[in-house]
Design a protein around this ligand. Structure first.
Ligand SMILES: [Zn+2]
Length: 685
């Protein structure tokens, strides 16, 4: 039998060696014995239970409470409190949940956006975690053998409240809270947003097709062209991680075979043969990538037959790290993931498993995507209630992110002004209400499972707004002379490929960040300190003055029968074509020096863009591109968002008690949790 080993990964390189593996096993054994000391299974009294529903919006919650479809939220509000909860700036999940965990503002916890920019290259970089490779690598016979262990680092600074509780003798269970990778060494933790897939990315799926499909053009997907034999049999392969031992970084792969069946297709993968009908999800399939001799790396995937023969299309999920043989630590203690898989079955381990991009690219249908999301929800629910019924932690925290993902993808179903609204069907129009009802159902289960002295906090990290217009902020910076393109260029690809840095003073990257091209900080910076303040002041003043007039609706103006004269007709037409007064694109620009005192990690943007609802940075802006137009209609299914001015998208807070101290801002939850623990300790004789 093959052995499965642990690896570390940086960018496209993997490193592995038996000595590292022995070291990892040694560390794991320390982790286990340390945990052994703590594994006091005595029941926990007066627990603090915190349930997060990512992106749950106060207005939608109130609306559906009023309609009587969220009975458990209504009951909880009646028992204690319900009010909006101020979010972080910017109102992005990694930023807000980091403030939630530590009680610190972004300037002190150091997470400012999903994406940070690498000042040496002006490239976007994942801001949540980073992997440091082993320093010493022995290069021999074409193999890269690491001589010491690499590291994975959570970039979030500060101490989360659950670690404080632990250091004072308490026990914490923390289930899938964003920005908890690698996991903290506590009583029980399943890492959330930040855990990569087996390729080291945040979720790369593969679409196999016999049609000529343009590659999606994003890093989130791979499109593989399949060529059937006359019988319909297709021999292809699933590409896995890069060979960790070879200098050439060849890709490891495992074979896959498709054959037609009456219902759909028969697929052989990972030593299993399964039959799928069109639209059907497969169970988890374990795939193994042989490295060398007895060494292999395993992951798990799910398949969906998107289209049937004669032109089959097969969707393969990102290759999740196998919870029964994790190549990187995903839980605390290290064997908790495997134990849990033994109990509830295999589950998604990747930090952001709701494969939103596959729906955005129309690679899978609304129905297929919602089925995948339901699986995710079921897994999180099983994990959370497993921890809750064990009743061995004074602090229990779980975050369900599915509320956020459905809101992103189906806002088009509740926003009549979204370009895709006319195309939505009953399923799409009801999706957000459905996930809110699911949240209510889970809340009901939590309330039923609570002890009489347990305290409950239910919160979200931000609310939601429509996303109708994609703003190419870098185009505005070019048009207004801040960002300068190379001679002869009118546009630029991602990572500012056509930008002339010797003439550029400011650039936008990430969902809300604006940076000054500072001398001494950016690789080709030109702006000196005093001038930087002048540029910032100008942008703070100019950008909120930018107005946009939406083009007239495309539906033709019906000339009604009542119009009889030429003059009446002219008047009517004129009325229709008169542009609506322009609306502001940006409500406020925030000064990073003011809102991010401390500038932890040194990543703070110089300015933060607070878009008006309905507007958001375009995907191209987030990656540092300069497309042709200033503002484009958002024709994607990702139709709701919250990366706008924070005052427009507060989250929610419910408690089953009247808080002794106000909790009006998400960062105040940590202080409440610490105080609750201290009070409980004081009560215990
Ligand atoms: Zn979101």
């Amino acid at each position: 039998m093959k052995k499965r080993f642990h690896i570390n990964r940086l960018d496209h390189q993997l490193y592995i060696s038996k000595s590292v593996l022995l070291l990892v096993l040694f560390i794991l054994s320390i982790g286990l014995s340390a945990c052994g000391e703590k594994s006091d299974n005595s029941p926990a009294d007066s627990r603090l239970i915190i349930v997060g529903f990512d992106g749950m919006d106060p207005n939608l919650t109130q609306q559906w409470m009023d309609a009587g479809v969220l009975p458990n939220f209504s009951k909880l509000a009646a028992q204690g409190t319900f009010h909006p909860l101020a979010t972080s700036n910017p109102p992005q999940s990694p930023v807000a949940w980091s403030s939630f965990a530590t009680g610190l503002p972004p300037g002190e916890h150091g997470i400012y956006d999903f994406l940070r920019r690498d000042a040496d290259t002006y490239s976007p970089d994942f801001s949540i975690s980073k992997t440091i490779p082993p320093e010493n690598i022995l290069n021999i016979f074409g193999l890269n053998i690491p001589l010491d262990e690499g590291q994975i680092i959570n970039r979030r600074q500060g101490v989360p409240f659950w670690s404080d509780v632990e250091s004072e003798g308490g026990r914490s269970s923390v289930i899938r809270v964003p920005v908890t990778y690698p996991p903290d060494p506590i009583h029980r933790m399943m890492a959330g947003m930040g855990v990569p897939d087996l390729l080291g990315t945040q979720g790369t799926y593969t679409l196999y097709t016999t049609r000529s499909l343009a590659a999606a053009g994003t890093s989130s997907s791979r499109v593989v062209r399949m060529r059937p034999h006359r019988s319909g049999r297709i021999e292809t392969s699933l590409e896995g991680p890069t060979d960790p031992l070879h200098e050439e970084h060849q890709t490891l792969s495992t074979p896959m075979i498709l054959e037609p069946t009456a219902e759909g297709a028969k697929i052989q993968l990972g030593g299993e043969t399964i039959e799928l009908a069109v639209g059907e999800w497969s169970p988890w399939i374990r795939v193994e990538f042989d490295v060398l001799g007895p060494i292999s790396v395993t992951g798990i995937v799910r398949l969906n037959l998107v289209a049937a023969y004669p032109r089959p299309q097969l969707y393969v999920s990102p290759i999740n790290i196998d919870p029964e043989a994790p190549v990187v630590p995903i839980s605390s203690p290290a064997d908790y993931a495997a134990d849990l898989a033994g109990k509830i079955g295999l589950f998604h381990t990747i930090g952001m498993p709701e494969e939103t991009w596959s729906l955005n690219e129309n690679h899978i249908s609304d129905k297929t995507w919602l089925e995948m999301l339901k699986t995710n929800l079921d897994e999180r629910e099983a994990m959370f209630f497993d921890a809750m019924t064990k009743n061995d932690s004074e602090v229990l925290v779980g975050v369900f992110v599915q509320t956020d993902r459905v809101s992103h993808m189906f806002y088009r179903g509740i926003d009549p002004e979204h370009p895709l609204y006319p195309e939505t069907d009953e399923l799409a129009r009801g999706a957000i209400e459905w996930i809110y009802k699911e949240a209510d159902r889970i809340l009901g289960k939590v309330m039923a499972e609570m002890g009489p002295d347990d305290r409950l906090i239910v919160l979200s990290d931000h609310g939601f707004a429509p996303f109708r217009w994609a703003v190419n902020l870098n185009r505005w910076l070019v048009d207004n002379g801040y960002l300068v393109l190379k001679a002869g260029k009118t546009q630029s690809g991602i990572a500012f490929s056509n930008v002339d840095w010797s003439k550029s003073t400011a650039y936008a990257l990430g969902l809300n960040g604006l940076y000054i091209n500072r001398k001494g900080r950016e690789a080709h910076g030109i702006v000196e300190e005093p001038e930087a303040n002048v540029i910032k002041a100008r942008l703070i003043k100019e950008l909120p003055r930018w107005t946009f007039t939406p083009p007239q609706a495309t539906q033709a103006v019906a000339v009604e029968d009542t119009i009889t004269t030429e003059a009446e007709l002219e008047a009517e037409v004129e009325q229709e074509v008169t542009p609506a007064p322009g609306q502001a694109v940006i409500r406020q620009i925030f000064d990073g020096d003011v809102i991010y005192a401390g500038n932890a990690n040194g990543d703070a943007p110089d300015l933060v863009v607070g878009y008006e609802p309905a507007f958001r940075a375009s995907w191209q802006t987030t990656l540092g591109a300069v497309p042709k137009d200033l503002i484009e209609p958002n024709a994607k299914k990702w139709s709701g968002d919250h990366c706008i001015t924070p005052e427009a998208v507060p989250g929610i807070l419910f408690t089953n008690f009247k808080p002794e101290q106000p909790i009006s801002q998400i960062a105040q939850v940590a202080a409440y949790a610490r105080k609750h623990w201290k009070q409980n300790q004081a009560k215990t004789p």
